[in-house]
Ligand binder design. Structure first.
Ligand code: GUN
Ligand code: ZN
Length: 662
């Protein structure tokens, strides 16, 4: 195993890939180096790894001679990690190649490549199913053969299957069980060249959801920075760029939001050294070779800048925002973004529930983000009251700004019996975009407090809120709803309203602290967790500065601390003990083997290789219980990976332990 994940956002991973010639950060861009023709030193631009073509070297006697005697690193003058492709691309372009799979694997090993590739068949999109199946058979046979032939070489195994999602998934399943180190996703160049991004999403998602999480995925032939963010958000880790030179030769400038033709430019579009030192006229008037080189340098700088921005976004937890911006560059990218809605359940599993940055609404597509899906799912963990009072949004946190509500109210479905319910018995819930329904008790929990959306709602948001409300009100006997909410979301169109009425006195909005801590615990750990953690009158300590709840004690014993940044609980030892007692095995647990037990008890962090089982539903950043095989509590901590990833990884940290000592 050569791959470790450090940070996650969406399905994206910031990681480290280990190779014989050093470690590289992912997501990474691998510039394509043309053996024998390269003039630009790509290392200057941030390349930590490059890709070149073993078949082109193999076919050329001079290049082959140098590679076989001095090695590929000397041949292309690059001392970092080198990946080589096998000639499959030539196979797809020219119909055949003069090398066998076995020969090209042996050759790649011989010339000292770090990562080699077998001779897969890049089946184009939209071919007849029969052809896709037959070619996939050959690709799989060759993959198997490549494992028999290689000695120490790290191996790529390419996912094929044309535009048939089930074939892609099947291929990924089979390859994932074999001993490969990386998985490119192949034959996507034709999709990208013809802007078929929605189908690209289908192909990539069908592949990554069936590949092991512990291996990097390479979106083969993807060199346009416009699609990097989207691809990373789907779980791709590596890109290769021949685009930087091919576009330069065609007098085009790559930009993160599209392509510019030099012939149309009056102004240079960016702040790189090429764009600041030359005018479009100067570039147009110079020698072709000089111009191409300068444009290629711009293209490299822009591409690496985009990769760096993506890595930063993963650390910040703002990758979705970046993807939403990038996908507005082309209508078909927007369509691709919209199609991510089909994978909400999968994204929910990978996307960390707590992030450093706020959720910014950028348009109706934001309604389909995993945060919204997850919130609505977690709302089912909260036990219903008899009556719900639905109020309009205010500044956040809502409970501190909803003063003196004196407007009119409606009953949904007619006034029940004329007796006003007791105020303390009502569930007060704010209706807002994009999360729909926010019980006041949760108004400081991430991302319900940490989000921004425009004051005026768009049509999709109004429809979405109507749908959410229809589902939500089912669990109450009585629904009272403010006139403002009814008007804002045009609820009279989809609900039957009773008569408008007024409460005898203006409502004073307050949240009961005990209800608050219990509801947060239910929402965070599961239905009933609040009652088990906080089973009697608790000693609640608030921050003197902000007035917000900080610590919850049972008499003198600390149970949990409410983290100020995202409003969720961090367990203390007694809290972990109670949760362990309450939640049935293997819920919220990471099970470690005997060897790791003493380390866990000492409070040392948990490495994935010591984990023998875990709750598959754990999210990255969840509070988790560390137990042994007998389900004895050893320690507790914060998960770095999700349940599926913990199962799959054999290297790197799985859990940052907070405390051991049990
Ligand atoms: N380069 C671009 N697409 C492909 C592909 O499908 N397979 C291989 N081996 N190389 C590629
Ligand atoms: Zn530039």
């Amino acid at each position: 195993m050569n791959f470790e994940i450090k940070y996650k956002d969406a399905r994206g991973r910031l990681g480290v890939l280990k190779t014989p010639h050093g470690n590289i950060k992912t997501p990474a861009l691998m510039p394509v180096i043309h053996p024998g023709k390269q003039t630009i030193d790509v290392k200057e631009y941030g390349a930590e790894i490059v890709i070149t073509n073993a078949y082109l070297i193999y076919k050329n006697e001079d290049l082959r001679g140098i590679a076989e005697t001095k090695g590929v690193h000397k041949l292309i003058n690059f001392d970092g990690p080198i990946m080589t492709d096998s000639g499959s691309f030539q196979l797809s372009t020219y119909g055949d190649v003069q090398v066998t799979n076995k020969q090209i694997i042996e050759f790649q090993e011989k010339i000292g490549t770090d990562i080699g590739t077998s001779l897969d068949i890049p089946t184009p999109p939209s071919v007849k199913r029969r052809r896709a199946e037959k070619e996939l058979e050959i690709t799989l046979q060759r993959a198997e053969e490549s494992l028999e032939v290689r000695k120490d070489l790290m191996l790529n195994s390419v996912v094929q299957g044309s535009t048939y999602p089930d074939l892609r998934s099947k291929c990924a399943d089979i390859l994932g069980k074999m001993d490969f180190q990386l998985h490119p996703i192949g034959a996507v160049v034709p999709l990208m060249e013809s802007y078929r991004y929605r189908e690209l999403v289908e192909v990539v998602m069908a592949s990554v959801t069936h590949l092991p999480d512990s291996r990097p995925r390479h979106l083969m032939g993807a060199g346009h920075p416009m699609i990097f963010a989207l691809a990373v958000a789907m779980g791709c880790d590596l890109f290769d760029s021949a685009a930087y030179i091919l576009y330069a030769e065609a007098e085009r400038l790559l930009m993160p939001n599209g392509t510019l033709k030099l012939e149309n430019l009056h102004e240079m579009p960016c702040s790189c050294e090429v764009c600041t030192n030359y005018t479009p006229d100067e570039l147009r008037q110079m020698e072709k070779s000089e111009r191409v080189e300068l444009l290629a340098r711009h293209n490299l700088m822009i591409s690496f800048a985009e990769i760096r921005q993506i890595r930063q976004a993963i650390i910040d937890g703002s990758l979705w925002e970046l993807v939403e911006q990038r996908c507005r560059a082309h209508p078909f990218l927007l369509e691709a973004l919209r199609s991510l809605k089909n994978y909400q359940e999968d994204f929910d599993k990978y996307d960390p529930p707590y992030k450093k940055s706020a959720f910014f609404y950028s348009g109706p597509e934001s309604l389909n983000r995993p945060e919204v899906f997850r919130h609505l799912k977690r709302m089912h963990r909260i036990s219903p009251a008899k009556t719900v009072l639905l109020l309009p949004r205010s500044s956040k946190p809502y409970s501190e700004h909803l003063n003196d509500i004196s407007q009119g109210f409606y009953h949904i479905g007619g006034k029940s019996n004329g007796v006003m319910p007791k105020f303390e018995e009502m569930q007060i819930t704010v209706v807002d975009v994009p999360f729909g329904i926010i019980p006041l008790e949760l108004d400081q929990v991430y991302p319900l407090a940490q989000n921004e959306s425009p004051e005026h709602f768009d049509e999709d948001s109004i429809v979405s809120v109507n749908e959410i409300l229809h589902d939500y009100v089912k669990s109450f006997d009585e629904i009272i709803i403010s006139e403002e909410v009814v008007e804002t979301f045009r609820l009279k169109k989809t609900f039957t309203m009773g008569e408008l009425f007024q409460f005898p006195e203006p409502l004073k909005i307050m949240v009961n602290d005990h209800k608050r801590i219990k509801m947060i615990a239910d929402y965070q750990f599961g239905a009933g967790a609040g009652e088990d953690l906080f089973n009697k009158e608790m000693n609640i300590v608030k921050s003197r500065k902000t007035g917000k709840i900080r610590h919850v004690y049972d008499e003198e014993e600390l149970i949990a601390t409410l983290r100020a940044s995202d409003g969720v609980f961090v367990l203390a030892r007694e809290g972990a003990r109670r949760l362990h007692k309450f939640l049935p095995y293997p819920k919220n647990r990471v099970v470690v083997n005997e060897d790791a037990e003493p380390f866990a008890r000492e409070g040392k962090s948990i490495f994935a290789k010591f984990v023998i089982n875990c709750d598959i539903d754990i999210h990255a950043k969840d509070e988790v219980l560390i137990v042994n095989e007998q389900d004895q509590l050893l320690a507790f901590g914060k998960s770095i990976l999700n349940g599926k990833e913990i199962h799959d990884f054999k290297t790197g940290q799985a859990v940052k332990t907070r405390k051991g000592g049990f």
